[in-house]
Design a protein around this ligand. Structure first.
Ligand SMILES: [Zn+2]
Length: 233
């Protein structure tokens, strides 16, 4: 984050006290990320306890995975949506750390979680990352890392620069071309390792599938997937 935006955010926090990113309540005590009501009402999935969970089913036949899970159910106009929105567009990085810690708490108790050796955030395209100041998936990884003692492996995989000519493509084709392509940039770093690919939300799984397929090109790599929220919307 640049000095200007850090300065800007600090100033905003002084002018407007930090509110709960879930419900907007200002009854947050020092060091608390979410208010007690939002914590108590969090729609936890417990998917990590079940091998045949809905996130695993998304990827069945598409990606060979060791495990897949999401911590909460995503619904519209909910505290979860508010949290994700503030993480992505409100500069509230601490929300991502908090989400990661919750995922880490889940995973560290499971057999697949215990065998993890690295965390790989789903890369954001450069334009979005510049605008946001950070990649929210990377921030979530930092939260997971703090609970599990596993390194965050940045720069293992990158969004591919779009080189094909776009002129004769439809809008949807152009979007796919820009959003959906990844390139393994450091296979040696993940070779023969069990890595966790991480994103904020899993819906159709298309982007995670595309990224996971590329990661699996690294020899001996074993793949698991985790997201903070799951939705079929
Ligand atoms: Zn709240």
């Amino acid at each position: 984050m640049s000095f200007t935006s850090t300065f800007f955010n600090d100033t905003i926090n002084l002018l407007y006290p930090v509110v709960c990113p879930g419900c907007g309540s200002d009854s947050l005590s020092a060091g608390q990320v979410l208010c007690f009501d939002c914590i108590n009402e969090m729609p936890v999935t417990d998917f990590y306890l079940h091998e045949q969970n809905p996130v695993e089913r998304i990827f069945r036949g598409r990606l060979p995975l060791i495990s897949a899970c999401a911590h909460v159910y995503f619904t519209k106009d909910s505290a979860i949506q508010n949290m994700l929105h503030r993480l992505k567009y409100g500069g509230r990085k601490e929300i991502g750390i908090y989400m990661g810690k919750l995922i880490g708490e889940d995973l560290k108790t499971t057999a697949p979680g215990k065998s993890l050796q690295g965390l790989v955030p789903l890369p954001l395209n450069n334009k979005k990352q510049k605008k946001r100041g950070y990649n929210q998936a990377q921030v979530i990884c930092e939260g997971i890392a703090s609970k599990m003692n596993i390194p965050v492996l940045n720069d293992v995989i990158v969004r591919k620069k779009n080189t094909e000519t776009q002129t004769h493509k439809s809008r949807a084709e152009r979007w796919n071309n820009i959003e959906g392509k990844f390139e393994l940039s450091n296979a040696a770093k993940v070779m023969n390792k069990h890595v966790l690919l991480v994103d904020d939300v899993v819906t159709t799984g298309a982007t995670l599938e595309s990224c996971g397929t590329e990661l699996l090109k690294a020899r001996g790599l074993q793949l698991s997937i985790a997201a903070f929220a799951y939705t079929t919307l």
